[in-house]
Every structure is written in C-alpha cells, then in structure tokens.
Design a protein around this ligand. Sequence first.
Ligand code: SF4
Length: 382
Amino acid sequence: MVSVREAVAFGEAGESLRRELARQASAIRSAHWGDTVTYSRKVFAPLTTMCRDTCGYCTFVKHPDDTGAYIMTPDQVLATARKGEETGCKELLFSLGEKPEQRYEKAAEALAKLGYTSMIDYLAAMCALVLEETSLLPHVNAGTLTDHEIETLKPVSASMGMMLETVSNRLMQPGMPHHQCPDKTPKARLRTLKTAGRNKVPFTTGLLIGIGETWAERVEALAAINEAHQRYGHIQEVIIQNFRAKPGIAMADHPEPTLDDMLLTLATARLMLDPSISLQAPPNLSARHAVYLDAGINDWGGISPVTRDFINPERPWPQLDGLAKACADKGLTLQERLTVYPAYLQADGFVASPIAARAQAMTRQDGLAASQALEQVLEGAA
Ligand code: SF4
C-alpha cells in the first residue's frame, strides 16, 4: 500500500505515471478480487426527504414547508419493498435525511403522527417490517450515528453506510458546501466510522469528489478510512462518487471533476486502501464509466430495476446487460452480490444471527447471490 506522502505526490502525476498507477491498481484488483466485478440488485426507499443539513450539492433534501417533503408511511415502504421482490431485488436500501425532527417542528409532528419521536427509531421499525413481511435484506444509509443508534439498527439491518465525503474543515466555512451542516463536520463523520467499527457493522463509506476539496485533503480522507479499517476491520466497501452539477442546487455552476480526476482518485484509492476493501464507483454518474474498470474498481454498487437514483434523479441506471458487456470486454465477469460482502457473512459478530441465516440461504458457495438476476436478463434477451 502506498503512503500518504506518496499519494499526495500523485496529484502532480503526468500522463505516463497516471497510466502506471492505473495499471498497478488493476493488478491489485485482479490479485484480490479475480476477474469478478459485482453489483447489488436493490430497491431504494427514501424514508424521508427532510434533513437538518443543507448541503450545497443536494437535490434530495426538502424543507418541511416544500411540497416534496415527506416521511414514507409503513404501507409505502411495504409497497416499494414488494416491487423490489417482484423484480428480483435482494436488498432494500433505506436512504434518508439526517435527524430532521431535531431541527424542524413540522418534521417532529409528522413523525409523531406515525407514533415516533426519533427518525432512527422509526427507521428501525421499518427495517423490522421489511424483515417480517418480505424476503429482502435491509441496508441503512442514515448518516452520522451514535453507539445507541447503531445498537438500535444493527439487529434489524444487514449492513449500514455513511459517506465520509471529505475530511476538509474548510468546506464548513460560509459559502462552502457544508456550511451550517452539523452532520458534515469531519469530526462527527470520523466518529461514526469508528463507532460503526467498534460495533462490528459491515460498513460502506466513501468520498464525494470535486466539491472543493484539495487533492491532499482527498488523500487524507482515504487514509482516515483505511486507518479505521485497520483498527476495526469493518469497511466492506469504499465508494468514489463524482460531484455532478444540477440546476437548482447552490453549486449549480461549480465545475465537475474530470474523468481523468476520477480515474486518478480511483487508482489512488485502490493503492492506498487495504485490498480487501471493495472499491466502487457509480456507473450512472458518467457516460464513460466502463473505463473505471481500468483504474481498479471491482464493484458498481447498487442498481435498481425499480426505483430511480433519488440522489441523482436525472441519471438513469445503466442496463445490466450493458454493464455485463463492459466487464466482458475487459475480461471481467459481472456477478450479483448481496448487500453484505461474503467475508462479513462468515465473520463472527458482524451480522445479527437471523439476518445472517437469511443472507446465507440466499448465497452460493462463494458468498455471492445464488440467484443471479443477470442470467435471467440475458436468458430473456436470448
Ligand atoms: S446530502 Fe444528505 S445530509 Fe446533506 S442535505 Fe442532502 S440529505 Fe441532508
């Protein structure tokens, strides 16, 4: 693994060094992950669009006075889950704004109508409902979490996630994307990474690149993730997500990271992180996503046959057969995994027993999904 100092110097890399870094990153991918590239077939449940933060790049968040502000009811959660089941999904991903009830009275009132005082308690109840009523595995993206909140969610979820995004305190300043976002202080997010580790949660995290951070700050964020993993062994995947400018957000005119920037960040991540950490990039945020495979990724993340990408609603998911072909063109094979990676299903104490039993029944010997929906897609097309 390369050191922070070496990785910081990569920021000045010319064309030939960039090519060499990508080659080394791909070699690490091949050595650890073989020729398999994975994805998770999932349905998304955006439990609430309200949030106490107001990140400058967010299209998802709605003020409680806006028409798009809501909390999904249990019936809506179940209806979404059923659609996922019907289309071969194995995971239901709950995404939600952070603790809106602590900032807005209207959010607290809406939650109270559902019988709850805390969004995390309501989320736990919805996870339990999904487990009781469907065959899906819940994964939760609930942002920063305390020990108590993780203890509440762990018995009813297979895995959890929170994008670290950045460790730059500069981005909290006035005019910057995380100004007045209490859950985006690097301290709070790093604390959650560690809390998840102490509580043995199979955890997804990652970087949002191009929001104003420097290259050195990006490297520092990767180092912090790796350090948490070295200590607790819980980071199952790291997502490198590129910022996309959209109309209507505070950062509508902010430049997007280039493809070269994305490729250099991916290769650097692969070279800095423990090889056992899955490296993922979202395929729907770049038309040229196939070249990410040349920079060492081994996973495309969640792809839904049912629900759109609520965080980037203007970017449709690519077709699975297209992704499979992009992999095959590079000698790689696309395979479906569960939300929990195989290593964490085997490890003691990472997944609550009833959920582990359900997940194991859904896997084949190598820990990937026993029923590969892609084969059905390709058979159907033949
Ligand atoms: S990005 Fe997440 S934390 Fe920030 S405003 Fe949107 S929902 Fe809230």
